[in-house]
Design a protein around this ligand. Structure first.
Ligand SMILES: *Cc1c(COP(=O)(O)O)cnc(C)c1O
Length: 425
């Protein structure tokens, strides 16, 4: 697989190299400059998840990474069921993995790919999270030999359970709560990657959705969604994706480039840089606003350049996207309305995707919205909004009582560097 730095096309790398480097020079993202469509989509859709995913990923990655098939089999060990939530509207439930979030797919795949390609070198994963990434990455890398993990998250801005999932593991996982916003956490990560001597010294790697391996893993469940529908239903598909850093929707668009016939809707909360951009043509990020759908509280989505690159590469138009943005009040009203109508329980991220999908669905289309987190991960909001008492799934209940092992830092690069040098020496 050939990948290029989107900011400097002369930096060309293989898939394995891109996974190791994470991000390219000048913080450029690695991406392909062409995508060969798959030839037999219908045949692929008849295969089970693991077998199909091996074929899709082998097609994309080419003859690198001989361990690919065994990696896929050990990473994708849970289901992604399509559940009917309303008339013509289905939830693709991506939250049945170990940390109950869709990020388990990408993080588990990436951890195994890195384990296979790192050779003898020690690695440090440095990642910023607005919630679920950190939990999924921490779980995926926990106990991986030769790999340390440092997770940065904005203090008080992720849910208590998300924090438990990140901060109670210990071992090779360091949890750092930053007294600032998610964007500041993300800036710290970018600074560290720009600090070339430091980067080399600790073998820095990012597990954010900027890592191409995470995106490729996520391509697989778009096919899994289509596979669960009848051939007639999948003729006219529309996906709505709750967007934060726009990694998930990039994966969906790669699936489309591979030949999955579908339309895409971008669903945002009031951190709506992209919807405003699509409406006005002006890229004008505002300060990030905290919302109930906190994994989408991102005003400078770091995968957007990949979306633009894909649109250009495929000859699509930005006008092809449906989009919508929702306030917290609208989000709660949506959760209530669907619960009253069909009993389906939405958490805030899925609620936004559901509503944007519903608002944009065209006659004859089957709509699929992505359920990116288990409702129990947002138990407080779900319970108070719906007037229910959602039981915590076992995996979460067991962690909720454990003690945190975390370090607090100011959003200051030198402080982070000093902490890491001391911890990882
Ligand atoms: C990460 C996350 C998102 C946003 O996904 P991106 O790939 O960053 O766009 C949406 N919902 C939940 C629950 C998440 O954890």
């Amino acid at each position: 697989m050939q990948l290029f730095n989107l900011k400097d096309k002369s930096e060309e790398v293989s898939f394995c190299e891109a996974v190791k480097r994470g991000i390219g020079r000048e913080q450029g993202l690695f991406f392909m400059d062409k995508i060969e469509p798959l030839t037999d989509i219908d045949g692929l859709l008849r295969l089970p998840l693991v077998e199909r995913s091996c074929k899709v990923l082998r097609h994309l990655i080419g003859d690198e990474l001989p361990e690919l098939e065994s990696i896929v089999a050990s990473a994708f060990t849970f289901k992604a069921p399509l559940v009917k939530a309303d008339d013509n509207l289905y939830a693709l439930e991506l939250f049945h993995g170990p940390t109950l979030a869709f990020k388990d797919f990408g993080a588990r795949f990436m951890a195994r790919v890195l384990g296979a390609v790192r050779g003898e070198s020690k690695l440090t994963i440095l990642t910023a999270t607005s919630g679920d990434t950190g939990a999924a990455v921490a779980a995926a890398f926990y106990g991986q030999p030769g790999i340390d993990v440092v997770v940065l998250y904005p203090k008080g801005k992720i849910s208590p359970l998300q924090e438990k999932l990140i901060a109670t593991l210990g071992g090779n996982i360091r949890a750092v709560e930053v007294d600032g916003t998610f964007d500041e956490c993300q800036d710290l990560v970018k600074r560290a990657f720009d600090d070339l001597p430091f980067r080399a010294q600790v073998g820095l790697n990012s597990a954010n959705s900027i890592n191409i391996s995470r995106l490729l893993a996520q391509v697989c469940y778009y096919f899994e969604a289509a596979a669960q529908l009848s051939p007639a239903q999948r003729e006219h598909l529309a996906f709505a994706v709750p967007c934060g850093n726009f990694g998930n929707i990039t994966a969906g668009l790669i699936a489309k480039a591979l030949g999955l016939k579908a339309r895409f809707a971008i669903a945002c909360n009031v951190n709506d840089t992209v919807p405003r951009y699509l409406a006005s043509g002006k890229w004008d990020p505002h300060a990030t606003i905290p919302t109930l759908s906190n994994a989408m509280d991102i005003s400078r989505p770091n995968n957007w350049p990949r979306v633009e690159a894909l649109v250009k590469m495929q000859g699509w138009s930005l006008n092809d996207f449906a989009y919508g943005r929702m306030t917290d009040e609208e989000t709660k009203a949506t959760m209530k309305a669907l619960y009253a109508k069909t009993g389906y329980i939405l958490e805030p991220h899925a609620a936004i995707a559901y509503q944007v999908l519903k608002d944009n669905l065209q006659a004859g289309e089957t709509g699929i919205f992505l359920g990116t987190a288990h409702p129990a991960k947002f138990k407080d909001t779900v319970d108070t909004t719906l007037g229910i008492d959602l039981p915590l799934p076992q995996a979460l209940a067991a962690r909720a009582t454990l003690e945190d092992k975390k370090t607090e830092l100011k959003p200051d690069y030198e402080a982070l560097k000093a902490f890491m040098l001391q911890e990882l020496a």
